[in-house]
Design a binder for this molecule. Structure first.
Ligand SMILES: Nc1ncnc2c1ncn2[C@@H]1O[C@H](COP(=O)(O)OP(=O)(O)O)[C@@H](O)[C@H]1O
Ligand SMILES: [Mg+2]
Length: 240
């Protein structure tokens, strides 16, 4: 689903993403894990066509960026790190306006929005505005919104940051439901535990580089099953 070769992003002298090579197989759950500043958001923003690639190549669903950015966007769902909900609109209206960006016909948009609102368990908040929702509910609404165009690939940037452990679990359940349905998921997180729990493949990042990548069990086999220990041994520093 995704093929990145020597993917690089520079901001003046700073190399935020430094020659990444990675492959995300169709139907897998792939996670970038690393501390703040590792380059996770920048990598995700390049995949979503939100920031230009400095060098290297990036292919999504067989289409290359930046040339085919419009086609790439049509198969992508994106849950950004910062909430980008419209505060003046209700839960339902937030989904409908988004459906409009994809040119989805109104009646279809409404039935799809209703289904998705039910999927993320917000039916009883359908006429509420974002500020009336808890942090976890807002995150679930962002997930529902990202699914409005029926994407093949869902990209989530730190979907559980700032949520308490119980609410994080409810987001994990939602994400696991989506992988069961066959969707490909790419997530970033700074929670090592979350990465191990959910992912088929983890890429451990620091300073714009992938330090190690593979199935969590294999990566951590020599580290008591702990990504934290692997990270510490590779960087000599505690994470978080
Ligand atoms: N628009 C920008 N201009 C300059 N530097 C940036 C910009 N966005 C991110 N950076 C820098 O790139 C590095 C990686 O940031 P980011 O991708 O946000 O990391 P993460 O999401 O892993 O916390 C950081 O050093 C950050 O300060
Ligand atoms: Mg980030």
């Amino acid at each position: 689903m995704i093929e990145a070769r020597s993917l690089t992003k520079r901001y003046k002298e700073l190399t935020a993403v430094d020659g990444l090579d990675f492959t995300v197989p169709d139907g897998s759950f792939f996670t970038f894990v690393g501390p703040n500043g590792a380059g996770k958001t920048t990598t995700i923003r390049m995949m979503c066509g939100l920031t230009p690639i400095t060098s290297g190549s990036l292919e999504i669903a067989g289409m290359s960026l930046p040339d085919q950015v419009a086609d790439v966007k049509s198969v992508l769902g994106v849950v950004p790190q910062e909430s980008s909900l419209d505060r003046d609109l209700t839960v339902m209206e937030n989904l409908l306006i988004y459906a409009g960006y994809f040119g989805i016909e109104k009646k279809l948009a409404r039935s799809r929005a209703e289904e998705l609102i039910e999927f993320v368990e917000l039916t009883n908040k359908i006429d509420s505005q974002p500020e009336e929702l808890s942090g976890g509910m807002r995150r679930r609404l962002l997930i529902a919104r990202s699914l409005i165009n029926n994407p093949r690939l869902l990209i989530l940037d730190e979907p559980t940051t700032g949520l308490d452990p119980k609410v994080r679990r409810s987001i994990w359940d939602t994400l696991q439901d989506l992988t069961t349905q066959g969707m490909t998921l790419v997530m970033s997180t700074h929670y090592m535990e979350e990465a191990s729990e959910l992912s088929d493949i983890v890429a451990v990042m620091d300073h714009g580089k992938i330090l190690s990548s593979g199935p969590p069990d294999e990566l951590t086999a020599d580290y008591d099953g702990s990504l934290e220990k692997l990270f510490l041994s590779m960087t000599g520093k505690e994470h978080d």
